[in-house]
Design a protein around this ligand. Sequence first.
Ligand code: B12
Length: 320
Amino acid sequence: MIPSRDHGGADFASRLRELRLRQGLRQKDLAITLGLAQTTIANYEKKLRFPDESTLLRIADYFNTSLDFLLGRVGSHAEGGNGVRSSAGTAAVPEADGALSGLGREYFAALRTEGREAAFTLVRRSLARGMTVREIYLNVFEPALKEVGRLWAAGEMHVGDEHFFTEATQTLIAQLYPALRAEAQPRKGRRLFSFGVCGEYHVIGPRMVADFFEMDGWDAVFLGGNLCVQHAMRAMRDQPPDLLALSVTIPLNIGSARELIMAVRETAELGALKIMVGGQAFAGAPGLWQDIGAHALARDPQEAVDLGNRLVGEKQEKAV
Ligand code: B12
């Protein structure tokens, strides 16, 4: 499927560049994420090459856009060409993927229309009725925040709204701490560090990961976001963990994860440390976690705990 330059090919080049720049990616970053050479991306954008069908689909999936938009067959918001895929491919605002339902939807609506107190009451009531902290994180907070991102990308919410939702959710997470402790298993004597890598300001994901490990009995230490190599190395030398959970949301920050993993590998005293990665930057990029030298990739905090126990268990068995 190679459209002529006059048809999709010509517009594909500018669309690719537009989508890439909109996410603040360099050609190199996009190339790493898609498993292509940087020159291939450059040639696409210069209209010297056109991707094969499967690469084209991967690019559309990665940018969460339609093939019509990518190929320049729709261009304006009125035509549904806002670059974000919707179920019909023609709506100006993409539809939710169905994940926002039940309490997630109610939480989102309460914060948006009534404010913090109503949302807090909702969550506290659900907890009192037997909902677990794990369920609240994954079925309420995560989908509500992803809905915020969807509406922000569609121009339906401003950055202030996004900050409000994030701050309100972080306050609630802090308030849930006693409930989290009540659900926690006895201590296992395994230490985890979880944080967002250098340049990464999205911190709710790695915080949830740390909390799931704490509930599983780990000594889980959450170190926030934007932790650059020299500071991360200092923290690990002071108190070597058994497992590192590195979070990357923005593909541009994959390089930071790679840099940190290399620094750990070059440090003899951290030879036994296992490294797990996760976060949205790895979605749709199979094999990327291996390319950057991690031991494992997990998609969500529960999978992370299961894998973490296996990885560190393996290490301890070998050491005996
Ligand atoms: C809130 C938010 C922000 C806040 C973050 C504040 C904070 N204190 O965290 C602020 C305003 C700082 C921000 C900034 C930006 N953001 Co923002 N942001 C979001 C938003 C709305 C919610 C993020 C969130 O908390 N999600 C909920 C958590 C729970 O989900 P999660 O991170 O995916 O984590 C889950 C899993 O991925 C996994 N996981 C996460 N980490 C790890 C780690 C390990 C080891 C494991 C195993 C698992 C794991 O577990 C979690 C639970 O299941 C998202 C929308 C979205 N789709 O997420 C956009 C979003 C992530 N942001 C986006 C963008 C583009 C940006 C900016 C570039 C915007 C700009 N132009 O300035 C900057 C970049 C800042 C930076 N350098 O990091 C895009 C990213 C697109 C992309 N692919 O690059 C998104 C998707 C919005 C969108 N629809 O376009 N953002």
